[in-house]
Design a protein. Sequence first.
Length: 413
Amino acid sequence: MTTQELDTHLEASPYPSRYEGNRPRNEAIGRPLTRFAKIREVDDELLDRIGRRMYARDEVGAALVQAMRLDRNDPERVTMRQFHQALEHGADTVPNAPAALRAFFSHVEQVPDWVDWNLLDRGARAFRRIGRTRNDVLLQLALIGGYRFGGPPDLLVETGGLTGSTAMRRLGETQKWGTAVGEPGAMRRDGDGFKLTVHVRAMHALVNQRFETNGRWDVEHWGLPINQTDQAATLGLFNGTLLIGARALGYRVTREESAAIMHMWKYIGWLMGVDDDFLFDTEREQHHFNYHVVLVQDDVTPAGAALSRALVDCHRTLDYGRFSGLVGRYERLRLLSMLRFFLGKRGLEDLGLPTLPPVAVAPVIAKNIVKSTLIKRTPEGRRFLEYLGDRAARRELRLKFAGARADVGALEL
């Protein structure tokens, strides 16, 4: 889509038609957030910004992709080889580096004045300590819960993600990135978390440009394929939604841990290209934003149901080792049981999933109470929980990648 075409859409309406697709339903889904974050009234100015930014992209990433699309003989064309060389070793190591490549890395290598590395490192440790519950909440409440709204799920289907045999691989790629950013020192310039985040930013910009221009994406209805609102909403799943979901499963998050985790994800969000005013320091601010995002979402689409079923059913086919078939059936039932706890009967019906009683939740809550109120009280206990969290993350990656190298998707022009 050209700038002129986008301007034409904006003249017709400042928001895509998905905006406020099903307000009564969305208010019901978001009601727990109003109680938790003490939201007493709707902020119309925030709703306006959220709606308008469904038409806003990551312009820094878009400029890089524009240079990648130049003619092969153009000296300002950015190649994948140049991008990966700059990502690993810096743009200064790229001979005759194109201006767009230098500008992109000059931007992402800046560290905002507000970044506190000590606080960020404490956030990474607290993030890892949540352990398997972190994976549970991000899969069940954040990812599958997000499939109740049209837009991002439809783009995933268009790109071939999370359907059929690719389901676990694509989920594993997300988990690989989510694990990497929490490793010690990972968000420094030479860390894997930094590099993977910048890689994902470039990948998002490529996908956005491709679907803006290939005629397969309904911009008037959905907004831009990967837009500022959806990127900020996704970020909110990894901090605010994670924290509220962990608490629901009995894990006690202290005020200090909350602030540290929020700080970690604020920097990650900045590095991903999320607008500054959609980045938040406190959990309450994030919940306030998340609630307003929920209000203006579209209704569930067939894509959300298809993705949800693929993720649930693939848990039965993973290689768990000994008694794999039995363990696979148990894991699928456990997932459905916990989804009932988070999404309710209506949520499962929306996604076409079987409804089971939430019996799997009680043991999880009991374990988390012990971990977060007893074991976590001492430095030794906290280190032990970090070890358990790392072990759980490694297990998830082994399962999702089925023996292949755990990595995120390659960049494709």
